[in-house]
Write a protein that binds this ligand. Structure first.
Ligand SMILES: *[C@@H]1O[C@H](CO)[C@@H](O)[C@H](O)[C@H]1NC(C)=O
Ligand SMILES: *[C@@H]1O[C@H](CO)[C@@H](O)[C@H](O)[C@H]1NC(C)=O
Ligand SMILES: *[C@@H]1O[C@H](CO)[C@@H](O)[C@H](O)[C@H]1NC(C)=O
Ligand SMILES: *[C@@H]1O[C@H](CO)[C@@H](O)[C@H](O)[C@H]1NC(C)=O
Length: 344
């Protein structure tokens, strides 16, 4: 304020025509330059507004895609995944895991996208069956309404490979499996197949379990309890059902050098990595994955785990842990929290 008063005073006092002319020229130049810069500024702010409008109006799909791309530091993700692989390979080499041939029957090989999946039931398997059906070229709209069994559709596009086919495809592909806490999976299988029975096969099995494990004196008339189911699982460990067969037997991780060991507990990140690495973003768009994720519902709350596992006694817990010990070891899960639930 003071300096402008000073210069105005100086201008007024100036009587020199030359100084006046200079003043006019400078003012003119200033105005001209301001004028020139105006359209540029307007365009910039116009562009910013446009960008904002574009993002705020965009479908969820693109916004999610946008954040997914930025949310992960891929080298950090690769480090975490490499740790899982190292652990697995060390344990495989230690000799405590029985030698096995790859269980090729349960693998899906998509040669077009260089992607191989070792399917494990009750670990995002319906999501990935859906994803492979998309990769196989079935339209999303068709898959949403079709009544056919997803496995039938899947195997029409990706026939079950032989061990030889699997072994020759592995080196040039990204191979992955999805695991989860072994006892979360066991409970999920129980709740899904035997607590609420949907199929004639499991209705029959439910009767067998009740007949074998329920005391004649018991008045309880429902399907198998979790303890009865657990006793059955422990006694039939030589021929496990595919929904609760141990990972190390079902997907043979010591016989197949998987590129990625994904976990249900970090599935969002892990499957985004797979999609990112194989450049499948255009087929497996995040909103398709999200729909699948929502229907997964497989995550158990602490309460649910407590409700069921606290019903077991130590003997039965030991027998179950013994069946799944290698799964807990290979994939770095802990059995301690289950023992903590037992009554002293
Ligand atoms: C963008 O969204 C605003 C409201 O959020 C709406 O009024 C406008 O019509 C939308 N524009 C387009 C192109 O969809
Ligand atoms: C598994 O594959 C990786 C490359 O993905 C390789 O570096 C590693 O040596 C392989 N491990 C075994 C045991 O074959
Ligand atoms: C799937 O759901 C789980 C839990 O609700 C969440 O932690 C995970 O990030 C989700 N995955 C994706 C891909 O959105
Ligand atoms: C543990 O539970 C199982 C199944 O409920 C039962 O058969 C067994 O007798 C129990 N063992 C002990 C030591 O209580």
């Amino acid at each position: 304020m003071r300096s402008s008063t000073f210069s105005a005073g100086r201008c007024a006092r100036s009587s020199s025509l030359a100084k006046f002319t200079l003043f006019v020229l400078l003012t003119g130049a200033y105005c001209y330059l301001s004028y020139l810069s105006m359209p540029a500024r307007a365009t910039a702010s116009h562009r910013a507004a446009n960008t904002e409008r574009r993002y705020s109006n965009h479908t969820t799909k693109t916004v999610i895609h946008h954040t997914t791309e930025q949310a992960y530091d891929w080298s950090e993700v690769e480090m975490r995944l490499a740790e899982r692989k190292d652990r697995l390979q060390n344990i495989c080499m230690s000799g405590i895991v029985p030698d096995m041939k790859p269980n090729a029957w349960e693998f899906v090989i998509d040669a077009k996208h260089d992607l191989i999946w070792g399917n494990i039931f009750k670990a995002a398997s319906s999501s990935w069956m859906y994803n492979f059906n998309l990769l196989g070229g079935y339209p999303d709209s068709y898959l949403r309404m079709v009544k056919k069994n997803p496995i039938t559709l899947l195997r029409a596009r990706f026939p079950r490979p032989t061990v030889h086919q699997l072994q020759t495809s592995l080196p040039s592909s990204l191979s992955f499996l999805i695991v989860r806490d072994p006892f979360h999976r066991l409970l999920s299988a129980y709740r899904d197949k035997l607590e609420t029975v949907h199929s004639p096969y499991y209705r029959q099995l439910a009767k067998v379990i009740v007949a074998r494990y329920r005391a004649k004196s018991s008045r309880y008339k429902g399907g198998p309890t979790f303890a009865e189911f657990a006793s059955y699982v422990a006694d039939s460990r030589k021929s496990p059902d595919e929904h609760w067969a141990p990972f190390y037997k079902f997907c043979t991780p010591c016989a197949v050098n998987f590129t990625v060991i994904a976990k249900l507990e970090t599935l969002g990140r892990d499957q985004n990595y797979i999609i990112h690495r194989q450049k499948l973003e255009r087929i497996l768009t995040p909103n398709r994955l999200q729909v699948q994720n929502r229907s997964q519902g497989g995550l158990h709350t602490k309460d649910l785990i407590k409700k069921y596992y606290s019903k077991l006694n130590r003997t039965l817990m030991d027998r179950l842990v013994d069946i799944y010990r290698l799964d807990f070891e290979l994939f770095d899960y802990s059995t301690q929290k289950y023992y903590d639930l037992l009554k002293p």
